[in-house]
Design a protein around this ligand. Structure first.
Ligand SMILES: [Zn+2]
Ligand SMILES: [Zn+2]
Length: 350
């Protein structure tokens, strides 16, 4: 079968013919129907040798949907031909985090030498993917594979970030989403579907503001010098001006972190999702909003992935996707690198 393999750190991945895997023990073989391409794939491809604990080569792709093709004797919980999405973070399976479906925060994460599908283990940019256990599979019903695949990261990561701040997002509150790309546009939809918050969106690209509005944002604005003031004026609360109850930063650079803390209301929630490498200096006393809480959410839990699929089945989530055949993955990667993908790029086996 064809697979897009990373064979050398910092070099373009290579389309390769590899043997179709055979499931053993509790493994499940999934026939891939769609795999999302994401910025973290670029971080993996571009990593210098020694930065990530993964052994080369392996097949890329951590946002995978398809159908169960074959089960090993000890696999249970799914049946052949079931449409499924793959829960991508694969932890040790033995710690109490993994036991409750929170592989994203596995206690043994630093000792495994891999972080999941396409992250040290063979992933979904191939015709088939071997999944270690049926516990990593979530049924998708009639959600199309091209929607379900990106929902397993872009959707799940956004959902997990919102879940961590949901207690702060009741009636009369305001949420700000910075960066309306593959994740941010889903964050807007999830906020609209699962909270009562007013949703304000920020980006540096005009077309991203249109995407924010299509996704249900109440207000969208370009990031400029006075954006913090503009957003504070739009916040709900006692006549506006009180600031945001929660900020979701999908960029994570110095300028976006500065904006986030400038619009945050005292006691607000800041979730930094984007890996932009920005720094936030914390000091007390200082200029940061008193009582604000910072979180650095990573991916999401398996029960949350089931909830995300549930939202998609109810019609509340729609991923903007651009489809590429698997054979055109190098072109898709170039386009993503150049910021020329609309919404999420999804690879489909030829
Ligand atoms: Zn991803
Ligand atoms: Zn674990």
């Amino acid at each position: 079968m064809r697979a897009l393999r990373l064979t050398e750190w910092g070099a373009p991945p290579v389309p390769t013919d590899v043997e179709r895997p055979v499931p053993r023990g509790a493994e499940v073989l999934v026939r891939v129907e769609a795999t999302g391409l994401c910025h973290s794939d670029l971080h993996v491809i571009d990593a210098a040798p020694g930065v990530l604990p993964y052994r080369l080569p392996f097949t890329l792709g951590h946002e995978i949907a398809g159908r169960v093709a074959a089960l090993a004797p000890e696999a249970d919980g799914v049946e052949a031909d079931d449409p499924v999405v793959v829960y991508g973070p694969w932890g040790c399976g033995g710690c109490d985090r993994c036991a409750t479906g929170r592989d994203n925060y596995c206690d043994r994460r630093d000792t495994l030498g891999r972080h999941g599908a396409g992250l040290g283990r063979d992933g979904g940019m191939a015709e088939y993917v071997l999944v270690p256990s049926a516990r990593h599979l979530v049924p998708i019903g009639d959600v199309p594979a091209e929607q379900a695949a990106p929902l397993s990261d872009a959707g799940l990561t956004s959902y997990h970030a919102v879940a961590g701040a949901r207690h702060a997002l009741g009636e009369g509150t305001t949420a700000v989403v910075i960066g309306i790309g593959g994740l941010g546009h889903l964050c807007v939809q999830i906020l609209r579907a699962t909270t009562a918050s007013r949703v304000l969106a920020v980006d540096v690209r005009e077309e991203a503001l249109a995407l924010a509005e299509r996704s249900g944002a109440h207000f969208a604005t370009l990031m400029r010098a006075d954006t913090a003031r503009v957003l504070r004026a739009r916040a709900q609360g006692a006549g506006g001006g009180t600031g945001a109850d929660a900020v979701f930063d999908f960029v994570g650079t110095d300028p976006t972190l500065d904006l986030a803390t400038a619009v945050l209301r005292p006691g607000g929630e800041l979730a930094v999702v984007g890996s932009g490498g920005g720094r936030l200096t914390v000091s007390k006393p200082g200029v940061l909003p008193p009582g604000f809480r910072l979180s650095l959410p990573f991916w999401g839990t398996r029960p949350e992935l089931a909830e995300v699929i549930g939202l998609a089945r109810s019609g509340a989530l729609h991923v903007e996707t651009e489809r590429f055949p698997l054979s055109a993955a190098p072109e898709a990667i170039d386009r993503l690198r150049g910021g020329r993908v609309r919404g999420r790029a999804v690879l489909v086996p030829d």
